[in-house]
Design a protein around this ligand. Structure first.
Ligand code: NAD
Length: 256
């Protein structure tokens, strides 16, 4: 029977890249995200790869919507075998101007939603003695950059949560791992490029080369396919002894 993966924020960017790799491997996929054409995106991936999909526009800040998504998907597919917590947002500002509501939203979406979703899928994973939690953290889960207080905090937090889940899941063949990407060319980064170009009165090319990729030894954006293939491996039975890790996929940024 096909396994089922629930991937948050999978109607854009990295999440969609991960969903596509799981679709190629014939998983059932529970899509989620706030893009207005999310249902269409999910249906198209389903059609293209001949797999079953569901779509929920559950808001990561609304616990009831998260629980409802897990309940309905479990009713249809029997279990969520793989949970990928990927939905995330960014906001860049010096600490003294950082809006409190942006702090709350970033911690809520990037970190707290993973706690609620994990709680919701855990009992079934425990019962069936198989579960894979994959959290999309960031290179910023391991190191800091200025002006990203909430984001860096949320990503360090999810690395901590991942370690705890790795320990708690071990007796039940539930693993938890965090993937820590460097820069990936997605709508989230496109917005940062445009914002920083405006803020620093620089060209967008200079923002990419002098502000972003200068931290990476490999001067290329990380392809979403790389992240999708790593997630797929972490979801496999063969990866059962890999747990509690935070894996940089960041072109050598964290090697320095
Ligand atoms: P993206 O903006 O392309 O996609 C983010 C997804 O999250 C979208 O589907 C969006 O609808 C969803 N989302 C946002 N807020 C939500 C909410 N309240 N409820 C439900 N869904 C919500 O961004 P991306 O670059 O693909 O980022 C995906 C993840 O990867 C994030 O956690 C991000 O922090 C992380 N990440 C990105 C990069 C990068 O360079 N792009 C690097 C490291 C880590």
């Amino acid at each position: 029977m096909a396994r089922t993966a629930l991937i948050t924020g999978s109607t854009s960017g990295i999440g969609l890249g991960i969903a596509t790799e799981f679709a190629k491997a014939k998983y059932n996929i529970v899509f989620n995200g706030l893009e207005p054409n999310g249902a269409e995106i999910a249906a198209n991936v389903g059609k293209q790869y001949g797999i079953e999909t569901m779509f929920f526009p559950a808001n990561m800040l609304k616990v009831d919507e998260l629980k409802d998504m897990v309940t309905k998907a479990t009713e249809k597919f029997g279990a969520i075998d793989v949970l990928v917590c990927n939905a995330g947002i960014q906001y860049v500002s010096p600490i003294e101007d950082f809006p409190a509501e942006k702090w709350d939203a970033i911690i809520g979406i990037n970190l707290t939603s993973a706690f609620h979703l994990t709680k919701a899928v855990w009992p079934k994973m425990k019962e069936q003695k198989f579960g894979r939690i994959i959290n999309i953290a960031s290179a910023h889960g391991l190191v800091a950059s200025e002006f990203k207080s909430a984001y860096v905090t949320s990503k360090h937090g999810i690395v901590g949560l991942t370690k705890v889940l790795g320990l708690e899941g071990a007796p039940f063949n539930i693993t938890a791992n965090a993937i820590c990407p460097g820069y990936v060319k997605t709508p989230l980064v496109d917005k940062q490029i445009a914002d920083q170009a405006k803020a620093h009165n620089m060209s967008e090319a200079d923002v990419v080369n002098k502000v972003m990729l200068y931290k990476q030894a490999v001067k290329d954006f990380v392809p979403v396919e790389t992240l999708g293939q790593l997630a797929l491996f972490l979801a496999s039975e063969g990866a059962k002894t890999i747990t509690g890790t935070a894996m940089p996929v960041d072109g050598g940024w964290n090697a320095q």
